[in-house]
Design a protein around this ligand. Structure first.
Ligand SMILES: Cc1cc2nc3c(=O)[nH]c(=O)nc-3n(C[C@H](O)[C@H](O)[C@H](O)COP(=O)(O)OP(=O)(O)OC[C@H]3O[C@@H](n4cnc5c(N)ncnc54)[C@H](O)[C@@H]3O)c2cc1C
Length: 140
């Protein structure tokens, strides 16, 4: 019997790398939460793989805020959240405050406007925010 691999086995061995790239963090879902998580992990030097089931990432982000992404609210407080653990929201908001998000969007050069009740929207389409977020994830 020949020891040569069959054409099918050869195709398979070409398709599957013998040692796949190392991944430290697997993120399921390329919505704003998953992309921010990936950005954060990549910024800490971790190798991140984002899995998305649909053909396009961030679909809901694209339609948020009537297409202008109401991306944060300057007046948001822990008491505005309903949470099983009342001790969670305060520190979480302190660690990533609306001001931090506002600075991030400003650093990406995206124009914003404040509407009623402290709501911040882009003045350009939400796809710009998605593009910046995706680029940030790729390049960190
Ligand atoms: C019309 C509309 C307007 C909105 N306006 C606003 C607004 O102005 N401001 C605001 O803050 N929020 C708004 N929202 C809500 C906002 O879009 C959501 O809060 C936000 O998208 C949630 O982000 P997420 O990453 O948690 O989830 P999603 O955006 O739902 O992302 C989850 C991702 O995970 C993927 N996924 C799910 N399961 C799997 C799986 N098993 N394997 C692989 N991938 C998977 C999905 O395909 C999706 O891409 C709006 C929503 C809608 C629909």
């Amino acid at each position: 019997m020949s020891s040569n691999p069959s054409p099918a086995a050869e195709r398979l061995s070409n398709a599957v790398p013998s040692s796949p790239p190392r991944t430290d963090v697997l993120v399921v879902g390329a919505g704003p939460a998953g992309l921010m998580c990936a950005r954060e992990a990549a910024g800490r030097g971790l190798r991140v793989l984002v899995l998305e089931q649909s053909d396009r990432p961030g679909r809901k982000l694209l339609v948020s805020g009537g297409g202008k992404a109401n991306f944060t609210n300057r007046r948001v407080l822990p008491l505005h959240y309903r949470c099983g653990d009342p001790a969670f929201c305060g520190p979480a908001l302190k660690a990533f405050s609306p001001a931090v998000m506002e600075r991030l969007v400003a650093a990406w050069g995206l124009p914003v406007e404040e509407r009623g009740h402290g709501q911040l929207f882009l003045t350009v389409p939400a796809r710009n925010l998605l593009h910046c977020l995706m680029e940030d994830v790729r390049t960190r």
